[in-house]
Design a protein around this ligand. Structure first.
Ligand code: GLV
Ligand code: MN
Ligand code: MN
Length: 396
């Protein structure tokens, strides 16, 4: 199910997302879950507890993808809990807490250059600035949600799906998207925390002109300014490891071989496990963009579209997960996540834990993403064991 014919791409509220929700929703129903979609296109499957008034454990990840994606990033964390619940149902195991499996509708930030829109909606965290974000067609997120929810006038996002008091926590299973588990010969590892992340949209404006007749000294070439900025971001991150900085998108106007670029818009994504270091890098790059623009006679705008602090995983849930991992594979490994996950936003609602599953070569955000069957089996058994441990602990 893809928005594009030749590769896997599913973006927020696209027809392919609708189809993915219907297929995953049918699998959830088969496993005994009650299924619905919320106002943000999140797919939610729920199994009630064996007693009234019990708290809810949320399990999930996202069903949207990057462009030209692999099949595991996100989808694994939605479908694996469904498999686990089906196994438990077959064995007649009832849990003393309710379970909600959520397929978040937006995590990758492809459509609006800002990530976590699905989980933010679910957690009651969408702000006016989010609703004003525009996609490539100029449509705002607010308009898009109004259209989906059949409202003409003002539309306000509904509040959070749960009060924190009613929640036990959130567990997300995800491919590692890096090489550490493979290097250590482990199927699974436990996440200690998630790096903070800032995304920005930067636009250099110059003057379009004739490529043959405009002397070099008289040019105001927006693309040359943008190129200088790309290299400055790369150089800064190389000097300041573990800072990472990426410009993954560049749109040039008017975009013709024989026309000097009048406009260049680029995306910036920077991450660091320490928030102070990330903010410092953002300040440096913002002022660098200003200096480049002044020197080249360009204008520049710098809009931060996303800013998430780093998140520490819950010590209690993590300790329990470590026990389940040890029980299955003999040893466990705690590792930080450089990638962003829905757990970042869920941490504003409840405590979070994450299980990483080895992926071949650490390759991700690429169609070659792959998880071996043995590793899938291990992760299913680990999550099942975790639920049983949590159930026994709650019953003690
Ligand atoms: C999500 O995959 C991200 O870390 O960008
Ligand atoms: Mn991803
Ligand atoms: Mn992901």
């Amino acid at each position: 199910m893809s928005d594009e014919k030749k590769c896997l791409t599913r973006t927020f509220l696209s027809p392919a997302m609708g189809r993915a929700n219907r297929v995953a929703g049918a699998w959830m129903q088969e496993a005994g879950l009650d299924v619905r979609e919320d106002a943000f296109g999140n797919l939610i499957g729920r199994v009630e507890a064996d007693r009234q008034g019990a708290k809810t454990l949320i399990l999930g990840s996202h069903l949207d993808t990057v462009r030209d994606a692999g099949i595991y990033d996100g989808a694994l964390g939605v479908l694996l809990p469904v498999v686990v619940l089906r196994r438990l149902r077959r064995r007649g195991v009832r849990l003393p807490f309710a379970i909600e499996v959520v397929g978040f509708s937006e995590e990758e930030g492809v459509r609006f250059s800002s990530a976590y829109l699905g989980s933010k909606g679910y957690a009651g965290g969408l702000r006016a600035a989010d609703l004003g974000l525009r996609d490539e067609n100029g449509m705002t997120l607010g308009e898009c949600l109004r259209q989906r929810n059949g409202r003409r006038g003002k539309w306000k996002p509904p509040g959070r799906a749960h009060s924190p008091r009613g929640l036990l926590g959130y567990l997300e299973v995800h491919i590692e998207q890096g090489p550490v588990l493979e290097e250590r010969d482990l199927s699974c590892g436990v996440v200690s925390g998630i790096a903070g992340q800032t995304r920005a949209k930067i636009e250099f404006l110059g003057r379009a002109g004739h490529a043959g007749t405009t002397p070099m000294a008289l040019r105001r070439d927006a693309l040359a300014g943008a190129a200088e900025f790309v290299l400055a971001a790369e150089a800064l991150a190389r000097r300041r490891s573990p800072l990472v900085a990426t410009v993954g998108r560049l749109a040039v106007r008017p975009g013709a071989t024989n026309v000097i670029a009048g406009g260049a818009e680029l995306s910036l994504d920077i991450r660091h496990p320490r928030d102070l270091r990330r903010r410092e890098a953002l300040r440096i790059l913002r002022s660098k963009a200003g200096r480049i623009a002044r020197r080249r006679g360009l204008k520049v705008s710098f809009q931060v579209t996303q800013d998430n602090p780093s998140v520490a995983c819950s010590p209690e849930l993590t300790a329990l997960l470590v026990k389940s991992v040890r029980a299955r594979q003999g040893r466990s490994l705690l590792l930080p996540s450089g990638a962003g996950h829905d757990a970042v936003v869920l941490s504003t609602l409840t405590r979070v834990a994450m299980l990483f599953v080895r992926c071949r070569g650490g390759v991700s955000h690429h169609p070659a993403e792959h998880v071996g069957l043995d590793d899938l089996a291990a992760s299913i058994e680990i999550v099942e064991d975790f639920l049983i441990r949590l159930a026994n602990r709650r019953l003690e």
